[in-house]
Write a protein that binds this ligand. Structure first.
Ligand code: SF4
Length: 315
């Protein structure tokens, strides 16, 4: 069994399905990308795993991290699990870090609350964490405030804080959004290195398929709350089978082919209250046929499409 096993995860709020039956596995030491446009359900999935959903949201399914089912935990056990079993790295370091607390205060507070660390050990443990995430001069940066650091350095501090309690699962929600292009690859490579060294399972949420290509082992593509394609990154990138995955890849050229013509995906992702019978992608799909407007495609061999690309006898 994998380190993380999510089965049939669904979220419903006020009768609207925000997420509909997401299943995925993550091996210890590996990164699994969850990709899709805004409104695809990526952040809802992350919030469901962390149980940070609005009041009244109904969650179904299971999310096993080792032997702990995050979805089944009661309030006290959930509090213990946050940080220790599952931790989150947010996308906006300036918003996530308290501007009046030093880097050291952020880390020692987390260590104090969640782990059995003596007062005497707090500082050395925090500096060791900063060193592990590659923050230059960690001992002196321990005293720095967030505004005294660069964007990349702040992101490293957030990563150190997320790792402080040695979680088994790290959820990284668009961790490179606030970074310039040169730092994106550096931070993603850092996360991969830490995952391998710590045997950490990482769920990497991104709207950008190409950005995750180098670091993730597997990818799940979500569209309007449903899983539409899933598989090893190498396979999905080389031969996308779902028209939406194909369109996502074509909407942004591969980094090595900058300057190529882009193919925008026409239309918008339907909202959770929009009624779209059959395949939810059909109003935007160039391959749609009558069946697509009536019948919801099941996920078969990692693709939820009646007429997958490369399928027998098809265009
Ligand atoms: S099921 Fe039909 S509409 Fe949906 S992605 Fe496949 S071909 Fe397109």
């Amino acid at each position: 069994m994998s380190a993380v096993e999510v089965r049939g995860l669904g979220v419903e709020l006020d009768g609207a399905k925000l997420l509909d039956g997401l299943s995925l596995s993550i091996e210890a030491g590996a990164l699994h990308a969850l990709v899709g446009e805004s409104g695809s359900g990526k952040t809802t999935a992350a919030n469901a795993l962390l149980r940070l959903l609005p009041e009244g949201a109904k969650v179904r399914g299971s999310a096993l991290v080792g032997t702990v089912d995050l979805i089944a935990l009661g309030a006290a056990a959930l509090e213990r699990a946050r940080g220790r079993t599952v931790a989150m790295m947010l996308q906006e370091p300036l918003a996530a870090l308290n501007p009046v607390l030093t880097v050291g205060a952020h880390l020692t507070e987390t260590l104090e609350v969640h782990r059995a660390v003596t007062k005497g050990e707090l500082r050395s443990r925090a500096v060791a964490l900063l060193e592990e995430v590659g923050l230059p001069e960690p001992a002196s940066r321990f005293h720095a405030y967030p505004h005294q650091l660069s964007g990349g350095q702040r992101q490293r501090v957030l990563l150190a804080a997320a790792l402080a309690c040695e979680p088994a699962l790290l959820i990284a929600d668009e961790p490179t959004t606030a970074l310039d292009a040169s730092m994106k690859g550096v931070v993603l490579a850092l996360i991969r290195g830490l995952a391998e060294r710590r045997k950490l399972a990482v769920l990497l949420i991104s709207h950008d398929l190409w950005a995750v290509r180098e670091v993730c082992r597997d990818v799940s593509v979500l569209y309007a709350g449903r899983l539409v394609e899933q598989g090893p990154v190498a396979q999905v990138f080389a031969r996308p089978r779902h028209p939406y995955t194909h369109a996502l890849l074509a909407a942004r050229p591969a980094p090595e082919h900058r300057g190529g013509a882009l193919e925008a995906i026409g239309g918008v992702v339907p909202g959770p209250n929009d009624v779209v019978p059959g395949c939810r992608f059909h109003p935007r799909c160039p391959r749609a046929e009558a069946r697509c407007r009536i019948e919801v495609p099941a996920l078969v061999d990692g693709c939820a499409c009646h007429f997958p690309l490369g399928g027998e006898g098809r265009r």
